[in-house]
Design a protein around this ligand. Sequence first.
Ligand code: C2E
Ligand code: C2E
Ligand code: C2E
Length: 91
Amino acid sequence: AAAAAAPPRLILDLEALHHLDAGEAGPLTRYAATIQAQRGDYNGKVLSIRQDDMRTLAVIYDESPTTLTERFISWGVLNPEAKGDVEDAAE
Ligand code: C2E
Ligand code: C2E
Ligand code: C2E
């Protein structure tokens, strides 16, 4: 894997998230709420998450991290700069 020096941060738009259909967005909504609770961070309109969290979410959604990143961007809940940030496991 290429060693990217400073990958763009993964930033969730919490307001956009809460306007999405609960069916598809539910797991992501619950995951973000858990991180907010763990940090005690309830005031933000955005939430920066870990690279590892996208890998965990990919397992939850049964998608590759790359596909899931693109899906979240298309939903408008993840910053477009995150595209290509989360690498899939080696093939
Ligand atoms: P922890 O992983 O043991 O982290 C303890 C504290 O170290 C965090 O307290 C935070 O002040 C700091 N810290 C750890 N990693 C980072 C980082 O990448 N950036 C910054 N700015 N600070 C960092 P905090 O925020 O109160 O979080 C408490 C616990 O909640 C964390 O303990 C972790 O278990 C969980 N947590 C918080 N945010 C996340 C997250 O984004 N993803 C996951 N998987 N767990 C999280
Ligand atoms: P940024 O990463 O583009 O974040 C812009 C603003 O979004 C932040 O302004 C903050 O108000 C909000 N924000 C981002 N992530 C979170 C989050 O997880 N929770 C909450 N509640 N709010 C969030 P702020 O704090 O004035 O920071 C301005 C800029 O300073 C940030 O732009 C970033 O480039 C840098 N910065 C701030 N804190 C850190 C940090 O812990 N680590 C790094 N590497 N940069 C930081
Ligand atoms: P950040 O604070 O700018 O951290 C950038 C990267 O530096 C993190 O990427 C992680 O690789 C490393 N890093 C920073 N602090 C710590 C630390 O205490 N322990 C470890 N093991 N690594 C650290 P990562 O993990 O992808 O996180 C991306 C962003 O998500 C962080 O940017 C921060 O804004 C947020 N974040 C992640 N975990 C926590 C947390 O536990 N608490 C808070 N408040 N924010 C977190």
